[in-house]
Design a protein around this ligand. Structure first.
Ligand code: ASP
Length: 311
């Protein structure tokens, strides 16, 4: 029996300070989250697949300067913008990912092209760029990705000798999960990584099973937070395995995964939709930019503990 179609998104989790976010800024973030949900949902409504909906939703977030993905990506220790993304189809378990990718406007489309047109799962750096060129993806010059705010964050991280999550002042990594009317799940994640990270570092967002996973038998999940902890915990796959092998609910499984993340010294959150149509947006950080839309309802959006319905 079909449970209907639905989509959930995130725009990063972390130490978001409520007092630092005024009503105007909150509205700006809500507007982009809402647009992303509506683009993905109308794709599902029109009979589009969960893979199409997830990539379309993520591309909206990548085009916004507000989020640490695509255009709004943060700088690494060399002062370079290098982006990671991955996508997985719960039907057939096909997957594609890119890491340390430069100048591609929408890394999620590069990941999708890898999934659909390449025999391998993960391409890196120049190889991923060459593949993106061959597949006629849009490129942008360095200036497109430059913002003074991001540069200042790098300067400050360098001065403190820190590698920082993009969450204390603005927001982070983006992701989407969807269930389409055929019952197929998909998950996608895209990031500019951590400010001042070591050149060549790959994030959990580019690693299937760590920051991203989808399986029609269990769930689709996209993670955000301290990526190296998600990699060590193989967190996205762990969520799926708890459902598959222990038959736990999505909510119970997500709480176990996030407790393990906390015990390992990590921080962050995840969004997930199960094969049964459960939606979970859980986090152990102060906040997580997030939203979902289902059954022709309005968009539900949240940053801190509360979620509000936005017409
Ligand atoms: N997980 C990402 C990374 O480690 C960061 C984030 O989610 O904001 O690069």
């Amino acid at each position: 029996m079909s449970v209907g179609h639905m989509i959930a998104i995130h725009g990063g989790a972390g130490t978001i300070l409520e007092e630092k976010l005024d009503a105007g800024q909150r509205d700006e973030y809500h507007a982009v989250l809402k647009k992303s949900l509506e683009v993905g949902y109308s794709c599902l409504d029109g009979g589009g697949s969960s893979v199409e909906a997830v990539s379309a939703s993520i591309s909206v977030l990548e085009d916004s300067i507000l989020f640490n993905a695509g255009r709004g990506s943060v700088f690494n220790s060399k002062g370079l913008i290098e982006m990671d993304a991955s996508i997985m189809n719960g039907k057939g378990l096909s997957a594609g990912a890119v890491t340390c990718l430069k100048n591609v406007k929408n890394p999620i489309y590069a990941a999708k092209a890898v999934m659909e047109k390449c025999d391998h799962v993960l391409l890196c750096a120049e190889g991923a760029q060459g593949f993106s060129k061959e597949n006629k993806l849009d490129f942008e010059p360095d200036e497109y990705f430059f913002s003074p705010k991001r540069w200042d964050q790098l300067v400050s991280a360098r001065q403190k000798g820190q590698v920082t999550l993009d969450h204390s002042e603005s927001i982070g990594t983006v992701g989407a999960v969807a269930l389409d009317s055929k019952g197929d799940l998909a998950a996608g994640t895209s990031t500019g990584g951590l400010t001042n990270r070591v050149w060549g570092r790959c994030s959990d967002s580019s690693l299937i099973g760590s920051g991203n996973y989808a399986n029609n038998k269990t769930c689709a999940v996209s993670c955000t937070g301290t990526g190296d902890t998600f990699i060590r915990g193989v967190s996205a796959y762990d969520l799926s395995a708890l459902i598959e092998y222990k038959n736990l609910s999505l909510d119970e499984s997500s709480k176990i995964v996030l407790e393990k993340l906390r015990d390992a010294g990590g921080n962050g959150g995840l969004i997930s939709i199960s094969a049964k149509g459960e939606i979970v947006l859980n986090f152990i950080s102060k906040g997580m930019y997030r939203g979902y839309k289902k059954d022709s309802e309005s968009c539900h959006l949240g940053i801190f503990s509360e979620m509000t319905e936005v017409k």
